[in-house]
Design a protein around this ligand. Structure first.
Ligand SMILES: *[C@@H]1O[C@H](CO)[C@@H](O)[C@H](O)[C@H]1NC(C)=O
Ligand SMILES: *[C@@H]1O[C@H](CO)[C@@H](O)[C@H](O)[C@H]1NC(C)=O
Ligand SMILES: *[C@@H]1O[C@H](CO)[C@@H](O)[C@H](O)[C@H]1NC(C)=O
Ligand SMILES: *[C@@H]1O[C@H](CO)[C@@H](O)[C@H](O)[C@H]1NC(C)=O
Ligand SMILES: *[C@@H]1O[C@H](CO)[C@@H](O)[C@H](O)[C@H]1NC(C)=O
Ligand SMILES: *[C@@H]1O[C@H](CO)[C@@H](O)[C@H](O)[C@H]1NC(C)=O
Ligand SMILES: *[C@@H]1O[C@H](CO)[C@@H](O)[C@H](O)[C@H]1NC(C)=O
Ligand SMILES: *[C@@H]1O[C@H](CO)[C@@H](O)[C@H](O)[C@H]1NC(C)=O
Ligand SMILES: *[C@@H]1O[C@H](CO)[C@@H](O)[C@H](O)[C@H]1NC(C)=O
Ligand SMILES: *[C@@H]1O[C@H](CO)[C@@H](O)[C@H](O)[C@H]1NC(C)=O
Length: 874
């Protein structure tokens, strides 16, 4: 099989050499235009291209001016800017005239509703040439061309679609995840392959677990825009320069689907985040408790050992909120079972009871590979309900996973959700089973340990790929018939390949709705996470679910949190976790993310783990996790690491409501990312464009960890603003702006964090070790820390609710408070919506630099209740 594919690959590169010579492009006719729509027919002249399959001779172009949302963005100067009431979303769809080509099912990505805005008020303008067809997207306010497909003729074939856009030189592009490359993407000779794959050690330059075909293009003071290609097929996105003229371009090479583009006008970077979230869905607000610290390890040998870990955290005075069960708990690695000897059910129940009594939580893993054994009940019930994917002969499609020979759920089959919901309800029944607080979906790319069918002892596959199934009815967008769904002629650069199906499920499998995994592969993990979320909701309808998923597609933030997979215990991956955080939180609309703290594969070191303990404390999802082959790395195992964890968590827990408020805003009306790169805040400052080891957490805090291997210092960039040291409250010297500052002597338990002038940060009152759980955090009073900007002003917010209701703010049980400080007038005001009843009060307001002669703090003591507006006038 490998040899055959190699042959195709070589053929492919040969043909690729000069496609322009043979591909004439399309001609647009029958152009219809209304104020908000434009449609046209595209046809291919008689000479065709046939590069990687059959040309689609008749295409339909549909252009819609979709929205007119008013974007309100808080600038660093604490100014409210309202971008002009303009239509910020332009939808451009190029599909086959017959609507047979696969389009992502609405259930996976519900399409945004077009408000039929007027072209006349649009921020982005669409224009096109009829022959050969190409289009441009232009920012009306500046006249800049943002997207220009005249760079090469459009190729639209049954198994290959190519579209190239010209870009400015040295363009600043971000996104196109999931990857472990630089946050600012390379501009030459760079291939981003989107094909979800289990990817141990998260190799650079390769496709990893998730596919997010969206990039942000940042052009400094000229504005930022986003380009989302709603296409789930495998693809190579190439960013490069032409050999002759050195012209910059980005080129989509997808092996199927349609060209379904959403252009997002910004122009502020955070506005693009919001506009993108409006297309793929606002991220779910996680439960408050999930912001606590999580500990996991693959290889904890028994339930008693886990209890010892919990006790040792407690003895070490390190907060532990959530304990995780990796596959060790299972009987023979089967979902919905417990190991009768090492993790017997009664001992598991006792562990979870004890955790709950101490206001701690338990989350368990579920893999999609279901043991193919008649005596295994979840399999038998699933088989009976016909929920598993099928092979060509109608039998269950089989592969190899943790449990041995397995089958996989077809999330599109009629009974699958019921079956999954029932298995979850039964096994996690609080009365008889394990009363979990959340679920973790792993291996859901889906990973198959079998690179092909040979490991099951079946005969090797025939040397020629079988024809695709007769799975489509016309006009249903379920996939063109007659394609080679196993070995497509254009080979994407899948690092688990060369075959598409390498180490995953066969792409020629047809799901119950008639679509093929060839088209839906990249949605499998998100489908599982969505089904798991639904199962948790069915189990506890009023409680906000917590699902962690490894595999993602655009919009997965609606249903799940994500960690960056099986990284390595290396300084390189410690650094990479920051770029990954920025990509997911700021670009991919997935805020609840983080890396395996201290590293998953390989043994960590004391110093790396100490640094990572502090870094992770300032990322949204904070979990220490290691592989079975790695040495234990619970924070209490080294004094230095324990001290670092205690100090970092002390700060994190004081800031938990600040973080929760930022997540609420990311998921709510505002759409501002919970974590963002410096250029989101200083979009005109070129020196911020490549920064990928510092980040803004919310609107006020800048985190700048030591990133040098075994280093004690950090070179950090302080953009032009007023800064305060988070730890001392002191004004940061040299913070006149635009300077790289060297900080030395950063101890192993320290992490440099700065408060941006112009902000207000609500913090709980409590010393290190006084808040061991989020429940304890919630009982603490607040102090409101004011960091005035250069103009003496500051503002910030606080969102309060019960932290766990599904329907956030149901019945008005929530508060959203805005704080405003005017240093010139000496006035502090807290006002907003007050629906959440709480005994907790604001003990004091602390103005940094507000003391005598601008040195030290000004502290004004309350208390003030949180049930109504309050304030003071000095
Ligand atoms: C808003 O920004 C402008 C220009 O940056 C500045 O002159 C003005 O003082 C700011 N207003 C407030 C309320 O901060
Ligand atoms: C927008 O126009 C389309 C096509 O004319 C129509 O189907 C749709 O209902 C309109 N949407 C709104 C929100 O008016
Ligand atoms: C492009 O990248 C590939 C793979 O990373 C490398 O083998 C090749 O030499 C590079 N080519 C150029 C022109 O830089
Ligand atoms: C980028 O372009 C160069 C020629 O300028 C070419 O050698 C290289 O293969 C291209 N890289 C990719 C990934 O297409
Ligand atoms: C817990 O701490 C005790 C005492 O230091 C130690 O002997 C034991 O190995 C630890 N167990 C675990 C699971 O960390
Ligand atoms: C997929 O293709 C492989 C290789 O040709 C073949 O063995 C298998 O039966 C096909 N499966 C389906 C569902 O068509
Ligand atoms: C393929 O589907 C068409 C339309 O449903 C049907 O008429 C035809 O018999 C099918 N062919 C095969 C080989 O199943
Ligand atoms: C000023 O307030 C900050 C924030 O509460 C605190 O960290 C710092 O210790 C205070 N500084 C002094 C000198 O009291
Ligand atoms: C919060 O402040 C109130 C009023 O000052 C006080 O009675 C209460 O004990 C404080 N709560 C905590 C947990 O310190
Ligand atoms: C809070 O806002 C409301 C509504 O704008 C206003 O009526 C009220 O006076 C404000 N309260 C204070 C204390 O500023």
């Amino acid at each position: 099989m490998a040899r055959l594919l190699l042959g195709i690959f070589v053929l492919g590169t040969t043909v690729l050499a000069a496609p322009e010579l043979t591909c004439p492009g399309y001609t647009a006719t029958n152009i219809q235009q209304t104020d908000s729509h434009l449609t046209a027919d595209l046809t291919l002249p008689s000479s065709s291209c046939s590069l990687y399959g059959n040309d689609i001779t008749n295409l339909k172009l549909i252009v819609e001016y979709q929205t007119g949302s008013l974007s309100m963005i808080l600038t660093p100067q604490a100014n409210i800017t309202c971008s002009p009431l303009s239509d910020t979303r332009l939808h451009v769809l190029l599909q086959d005239a017959g609507s047979n080509i696969y389009q992502v099912q609405e259930q996976f990505l519900p399409r945004p509703i077009s408000q039929n805005a007027s072209a006349a008020t649009a921020a982005l303008h669409f224009s096109f040439k009829t022959s050969p067809f190409s289009f441009e997207v232009i920012r009306v306010s500046t006249g800049q061309v943002l997207f220009d497909t005249s760079a090469a003729p459009l190729i639209f074939e049954s198994q290959y679609v190519r579209l190239r856009t010209k870009l400015p030189q040295d363009v600043n592009l971000y996104g196109l995840g999931e990857h472990s490359d630089d946050f600012r993407l390379a501009t030459t000779n760079y291939t981003r392959t989107l094909w979800n794959a289990e990817s141990p050690y998260i190799p650079r330059g390769q496709n990893l677990y998730g596919s997010h075909p969206v990039y942000f293009d940042h052009r400094g003071v000229l504005g930022t825009h986003g380009v989302f290609l709603l296409n789930s097929n495998g693809m190579d996105i190439i960013i490069n320069q032409t050999e002759e003229a050195g012209e910059q371009y980005l080129e989509y090479n997808t092996i199927g689907g349609v060209l379904d583009f959403y252009f997002l006008a910004g122009p502020e970077p955070a506005a693009v985040s919001k506009q993108y979230a409006e297309v793929v869905g606002l991220p779910a607000l996680p439960p408050y408790w999930s912001l606590g610290f999580h500990q996991c390890k693959y290889g904890w040998p028994s339930v008693d050992y886990v209890a010892e870990v919990v006790a040792n955290y407690s003895a070490a005075g390190i907060p532990l909120e959530v304990v995780w069960g990796d596959i060790d708990y299972m009987d023979a690695h089967q979902d919905f079972t417990t190991d009768p000897v090492l993790y017997p059910l009664d001992r598991m129940r006792a562990l979870v009871d004890s955790l709950h009594q101490h206001n701690q939580r338990y989350v368990m893993i579920l893999d999609p590979g279901i043991h193919n054994q008649a005596s295994y009940d979840p399999f038998a019930r699933g088989a009976q309900k016909d929920v598993f994917l099928k092979a060509a002969d109608g039998s269950h499609y089989r592969g190899n996973q943790w449990a041995g020979e397995v089958v996989w759920p077809d999330w599109l089959a009629a009974n699958t959700q019921d079956w999954w919901t029932n298995e979850v309800a039964t096994f996690f029944n609080p009365a008889t089973g394990i009363d979990i607080d959340g679920l973790w979906n792993d291996m859901n790319e889906a990973s198959n340990f079998c690179p092909d069918v040979t490991c099951l002892g079946d005969p090797p596959p025939p040397s020629l790929p079988s024809p695709s199934p007769n799975n489509t009815a016309p006009g249903t967008k379920k996939g063109l018939p007659g394609r080679n769904l196993f070995a497509p002629p254009y080979p994407i650069h899948n690092h688990r390949g060369p075959a598409l199906s390498g180490y995953t499920l066969f792409t020629n499998i047809t799901a119950a709705d008639g679509t093929a995994l060839y088209d839906t592969h990249n949605l499998y993990g998100t489908a599982m996470a969505a089904a798991t979320r639904a199962a948790l909701l069915a189990r506890r309808p009023a409680k906000r679910p917590f699902v962690l998923t490894r595999s993602t597609f655009a919009g997965a933030g609606r249903v799940a949190a994500h960690w960056f997979g099986d990284n390595d215990s290396s300084w390189a991956h410690y650094r990479a976790s920051i770029a990954q955080l920025l990509a997911f939180a700021a670009v991919h609309a997935m805020p609840m993310v983080g890396s395996d703290v201290c590293g998953f594969n390989g043994d960590t070191s004391e110093h790396l783990c100490a640094r990572w303990a502090t870094l992770g404390a300032f990322q949204p999802f904070y979990r220490n996790h290691a592989d079975v082959t790695a040495a234990s790395q619970e924070f209490y195992r080294w004094d230095v690491v324990a001290a670092a964890a205690r100090k970092a968590m002390g700060a994190r827990y004081r800031l938990l409501d600040y973080l929760y408020t930022a997540l609420r805003r990311a998921g709510g009306r505002e759409g501002r990312p919970v974590a963002s790169p410096l250029w989101f805040w200083w979009p005109g400052d070129e020196r911020t464009f490549g920064v990928q080891t510092q980040w803004m957490l919310g609107e006020a805090l800048m985190v700048a960890p030591v990133v040098e291997e075994e280093g004690m210092g950090v070179d950090l960039y302080l953009p032009g603003d007023v800064w305060f040291d988070f730890w001392t409250g002191g004004r940061v010297e040299g913070g006149k702006g635009g300077e790289v500052v060297r900080l030395d002597g950063v101890g192993w338990e320290d992490i440099p964090v700065f408060v941006r002038g112009g902000t207000v940060v609500p913090m709980r009152v409590g010393g290190i070790g006084e808040m061991m759980t989020t429940e304890e955090v919630r009982g603490r009073n607040f102090t409101i820390v004011v960091a005035p900007g250069g103009d003496g002003m500051a503002r910030g917010g606080l969102f309060l609710d019960d932290g766990e209701s599904v329907d956030v703010g149901a019945g008005g049980q929530w508060s959203e408070i805005e704080f405003v400080w005017d240093g010139g007038l000496g006035v502090f005001e807290a006002n907003g919506t007050f629906g959440f009843g709480t005994e907790v009060v604001v003990e004091s307001v602390v103005v940094l630099g507000g003391g005598e002669g601008g040195v030290g703090n000004l502290t004004v003591t309350g208390p003030w209740g949180l049930g109504e507006a309050f304030g003071f006038h000095l």
